[in-house]
Design a protein around this ligand. Structure first.
Ligand code: ZN
Ligand code: ZN
Length: 373
């Protein structure tokens, strides 16, 4: 039912296998239907996601069947990318008939839905199926998405390499008088010229702005004496990047150098703690204890990291309270940081993959503090 045509980044990805594994857990958990909108979940399971707008578009997976409801205007595109034959509906008819035909008079009692699909899709689905229970399908889909295949890891590696180049381009452009906004443009053009289909975020936080972990880069001009946080990411071949480095303009004071060294040591300790079977929270503990010992614990105000793949933030969450064991193929960030209000921030972020017996770092950019006059 699901074919192998025009794979997004490799000929080897087996969509059948992904659907089969999902169907196995449907049977295990006695779920009658999983409904997925045109989101990263659809891209993962079907190898393609239709243009997301207000028109109803659903991938419907039961323990033994896969169906799709697709607006007619996107049907050609769907058929070109995906072998699940869609039930289509035209704007003038509305989606009701197509939806009931796809459900084929089935009355699913237990339904699980894509947590990121539109609320109007959900309401239409619930109206059509009237299930006894409805829950979010993330606990069924996330475990599949969290463990990346070799092809996905390769795609993430290519994406990380492009992000390294974009960090270098931004650093080359850093000079007193240049605005944060101009530097975000340098990152964007480097990503685009490198083939990125989408720039996800370009966070340039200079001087005191660096104390805001999610600063909105703006008109501030870099000054001598600034620490500048560069945190950028983009989508290349459907897989995202996320990297953070710091550059200092002028002579860094010794106190700054000491703090930078502590964050760098925390990043190293976090990555060194990664291997299969280790609890996610132990990686968080590893970064946090280094910063606590350096007297900087109170300035580390966020979790250590997040998974990434088709999306920038996805499981596993690398934080206290997550005792789930890491497994081979998981990809996530290790990004300890400290934030000193009114002064500066320091964060060093890498993307790592859990290997058979340890860890591999996908980001390649140097960890030494970059300094420009
Ligand atoms: Zn980041
Ligand atoms: Zn991140």
């Amino acid at each position: 039912m699901i074919g192998q045509r025009r794979r997004p980044f490799s000929e080897n990805i087996n969509m059948n296998d992904r659907i089969n594994r999902l169907q196995e857990s449907l049977r295990d958990q006695e779920i009658d239907l999983v409904a997925v909108g045109p989101t990263a979940n659809m891209r993962y399971l079907a190898g393609y996601a239709s243009h997301p707008d207000e028109r109803l578009c659903l991938l419907l997976i039961t323990p033994d069947e896969v169906r799709a409801v697709v607006p007619t205007l996107n049907a050609e595109d769907w058929i070109a990318h995906c072998d699940i034959t869609p039930v289509t509906w035209a704007d003038s008819d509305g989606p009701s008939r197509a939806l009931s035909s796809a459900l084929s008079a089935r009355q699913p009692r237990r339904v699980a839905v894509d947590g990121t699909m539109r609320a109007d899709f959900l309401l239409t689905l619930l109206e059509a199926t009237k299930p006894e229970t409805a829950r979010v399908a993330d606990s069924l889909i996330s475990p599949l998405r969290a463990r990346k295949s070799a092809d996905e890891i390769e795609a993430l590696q290519r994406s990380a390499a492009l992000a390294d180049r974009a960090v270098q381009a931004v650093m080359d452009a850093c000079a007193p008088g240049v605005t944060e906004a101009e530097l975000t443009w340098v990152a964007e053009t480097t990503f685009r010229q490198g083939g990125a289909s989408r720039v996800e975020f370009t966070l340039i936080a200079s001087g005191p702005n660096g104390a805001f972990p999610h600063h909105h880069s703006g008109a501030r001009r870099l000054q001598r004496g600034d620490a500048v946080i560069i945190d950028i990411g983009a989508t290349l071949d459907y897989y995202v990047s996320d990297v953070t480095r710091v550059i200092f303009l002028g002579d860094p004071p010794s106190e700054f150098l000491r703090r930078y060294a502590a964050v760098k040591a925390a990043n190293e300790a976090g990555r060194a703690a990664v291997r299969p079977g280790v609890a996610a929270q132990d990686v968080d503990r590893a970064t946090r204890s280094v910063l606590a010992e350096a007297g900087l614990g109170e300035h580390f105000v966020h979790r250590t990291g997040h998974g990434l793949g088709l999306e920038v933030h996805e499981p596993p969450w690398i934080m206290a309270g997550n005792d789930a064991p890491l497994a081979e193929g998981m990809v996530f960030s290790v990004e300890p940081g400290i934030y000193l209000p009114g002064r500066y921030g320091i964060r060093i972020e890498d993307i790592v993959v859990v290997t058979t017996d340890g860890v591999r770092t996908l980001t390649g950019f140097d960890h030494e503090l970059a300094v420009r006059p």
